[in-house]
Design a protein around this ligand. Structure first.
Ligand code: NAD
Length: 325
């Protein structure tokens, strides 16, 4: 019954716009299947898509959206489309041109939300040379850029003023960086996107952001699952959250799957989620995570799983960018 249910429940952002609590993540969605996956996700009821320059599939994501609009499944205004600026485009004068390129790739006039992917400035790589560039420059070195976060943020504010983005946000920031940004931001970040799952709850950071009126979006809600695909040792060493006995016990009690419990644990605390799947049944179950409530004892049992275990750290990919040390 939920397969056609749109994710109607939203978070009101400090920009005045509404962001769906459940979206679809586009990282590691293959180019050859991406357009179909986006189309099918819209058909299943997804309205929010979390893309990025770095995911290398903005053209195909846009094709899926265009087909859904053409077939009358949705209007552009029904969708909440997110992209992110990559580290190598942080220099102030580079921000608008790259945003415009990304919009053109998607075939859009505006992004609903444009996020600073990492608080890391890297040396510019010409899109003609390599796109998306990843963490390394033309000589395969990790070379820092010169832009401060203030320079990049100020340029992102201009995107809102120019109508290219409705809201702007940040990702992979810790409390101290948010504190600094809030000192000079004319437009406050609408959202903070962070790694967030029972192994890495970051309760203090979530509370600080939410208290400041910044909506929190969780990525990698299933913990190690996503990083097994990357062959990451830290993920292989960790027990699967989807198989965790306490999570499974709670799932059985509510007649839900472990994945639904992990997503509901976030959404129940007003943390948005953006899971990814290309399986029809999982697409539907991941969207159906607002219609039941975990009990206090369930929340307590999940809280006990926390162990500050982070997977998406540049150091874990072998890049000497110690942003979390
Ligand atoms: P995820 O937590 O969504 O996990 C995806 C994995 O879980 C896949 O292997 C998928 O097959 C499996 N899965 C999905 N639904 C399932 C279900 N119902 N039951 C069992 N298994 C299921 O991982 P993610 O892709 O790392 O994170 C989600 C999104 O967050 C990304 O696609 C991306 O958009 C975003 N993200 C952002 C950043 C950032 O730096 N801002 C980093 C990582 C991810």
């Amino acid at each position: 019954p939920f397969a056609s249910m749109p994710s109607s429940t939203t978070i009101k952002l400090n920009s005045g716009h509404e962001m769906p609590l459940v979206g679809f993540g586009l990282w590691k969605v293959n180019n050859d299947t991406c357009a179909d996956q986006v189309y099918n996700a819209i058909k299943a009821g997804y309205r929010c898509f979390d893309g990025a320059c770095d995911y290398g599939n903005e053209v195909e994501s846009g094709q899926g959206v265009a087909r859904a609009i053409k077939d009358g499944l949705v209007k552009r205004s029904d969708l909440f489309l997110v992209s992110k600026i990559w580290n190598s485009f942080h220099d102030g004068p580079r921000v608008e041109p790259i945003c415009k390129k990304q919009l053109k790739d998607w075939g859009l006039d505006y992004f609903d939300l444009y996020i600073m992917h990492f608080p890391i400035s890297l040396k510019y790589v010409d899109p003609e040379v390599r796109y998306p560039p990843g963490f390394t420059d033309e000589n395969d070195n990790v070379t820092p850029g010169k832009a401060s976060i203030q320079e990049t943020w100020t340029a992102m504010e201009k995107l809102v003023e120019g109508g290219l983005c409705r809201s702007i946000g940040v990702s992979n920031f810790r409390g101290v960086l948010l504190m600094d940004l809030l000192r000079y931001a004319k437009i406050r970040p609408a959202t903070l996107q962070i790694e967030h799952h029972p192994y890495l709850m970051q309760e203090g950071l979530v509370k600080y952001a939410q208290d400041e009126g910044i909506a929190v979006t969780a990525y990698s809600s299933f913990g190690p699952q996503s990083f097994l695909e990357m062959d990451m040792q830290q993920a292989k060493d960790a027990a699967l959250l989807l198989e965790h006995p306490d999570v499974k016990k709670i799932a059985d009690k509510h007649g839900k799957t472990a994945a639904q419990v992990l997503l509901r644990w976030a959404t129940q605390r007003n943390v948005a989620v953006i899971p990814k799947s290309n399986n029809k049944d999982r697409l539907a179950q991941n969207l159906d995570v607002l219609g039941f409530d975990l009990q206090d004892e369930d929340m307590k049992a999940i809280k006990a799983i926390d162990r500050g275990l982070r997977f998406n750290d540049p150091l874990n990919y072998g890049f000497s960018l110690p942003i979390y040390v």
